[in-house]
Design a protein around this ligand. Sequence first.
Ligand code: RFL
Ligand code: PHB
Length: 390
Amino acid sequence: MRYQLCIIGAGPSGLLLGQLLARAGIDAVILEAKSADYVRSRIRAGVLETGLVDLLHRAGCGARLEAEGLVHHGFTLAFEGRSHRVDLAALTGGKSVVVYGQTEVTRDLMDARVATGAPTIYEAEDVTLHDFDGERPRVTYRKDGTTHEIACDFIVGCDGFHGVARRSIPEQSIKLFERVYGFGWLGLLADVPPVSDELIYCRHARGFALASMRSQTRSRYYIQVPLSDRVEDWSDAHFYEEFRRRLPQDAAARLVTGPSIEKSIAPLRSFVAEPLRFGRLFLAGDAGHIVPPTGAKGLNLAASDVHYLSAGLIEYYGEKSCAGLDAYSARALSRIWKAERFSWWMTSMLHLFPETGDFGARMQHAELDYIAGSPAASTTVAENYVGLPF
Ligand code: RFL
Ligand code: PHB
């Protein structure tokens, strides 16, 4: 089989790229290791920047988002018994974010792909990349016991942090930057009304907590936990008790509990691979970088990568120009590093780091107090949270 592009991974990066290219008349096959049901049911991000929302509209997948997404004009930073609302709209000239689950984004993109008739091969095993340092890259995979080969012009690794694409690049040709935090987020999803109309990020002496949501009737709550904890150790009752203790009092009083639909622990990590291109192989999304979720940037960064890369590919096929593709890695990385900085900074300010002791805690308080008292500092937070321009 021959396609112009072979995309590895049917997460949001791969599906969005595939959709933008399909609309431009470029044919791409997507190879995905898991089943469609598995991909659809993963619970992850929830906050979309307007850049991603615009891209979803351009991809023809914006209708449900428009109808069901919750537009948020602000969020709250809670610390030391105080609550400071970051008024996104007022501080950024009317900008906002949209709360709409990654699960729904994925579902909309999958439905759109089925409608275009573009091929996605689920449960593709042993996906292997060949000859991407030359003119004729190939990808082989196994499906139902048979080995298949795809010839293409370019391969795009949209296969997440644990994928095969980045690992296929020779070690000496890629530089990895990493910071691993010694804790994770335990997340719980439940059909209960959220404690607040807007998100609350809480710095608490017992550890970080975040009150988020998926809709007016579905809440997504998180607490910081040590990496040694296991999900099985946390009953729903235990989770709610700990979460309530970390919330501001007024929000705690509004907490409604109910059985969890999903509960999982995600370790926090900052990670960047440079460059995002090797020959005819490009990396996009989590395959090339990871942010800790405190800035709500993971999914949004995947979107800006896809924006730059799709533009480069459309230019390549339309105008026979390599300029956009040649600029891809540097353009994407320039935005990635700024989102890495913001996510690292929010994480550092809001989580419990026992190793930094009382001095570290005072620094966090001073930083939060400064934000609460300074329109300039609040504007910096707001500008980054709504997303820097593509
Ligand atoms: P994904 O979503 O990881 O999709 C990659 C896809 O590639 C497939 N794959 C392979 N396919 C073929 N062959 C192989 N060898 C393959 N190896 C892997 C995988 O099955 C998968 O379908 O990456 P993508 O598309 O770049 O999208 C990125 C976003 O998913 C990610 O940035 C965010 O979800 C990050 N993230 C969060 N971001 C937020 O903004 N807020 C959050 O609350 C939030 N929570 C999370 C997260 C990421 C998590 N991960 C990766 C463990 C919670 C978790 C648990
Ligand atoms: C979520 O709703 O899952 C969510 C929201 C904001 C974040 C991280 C996760 O910063």
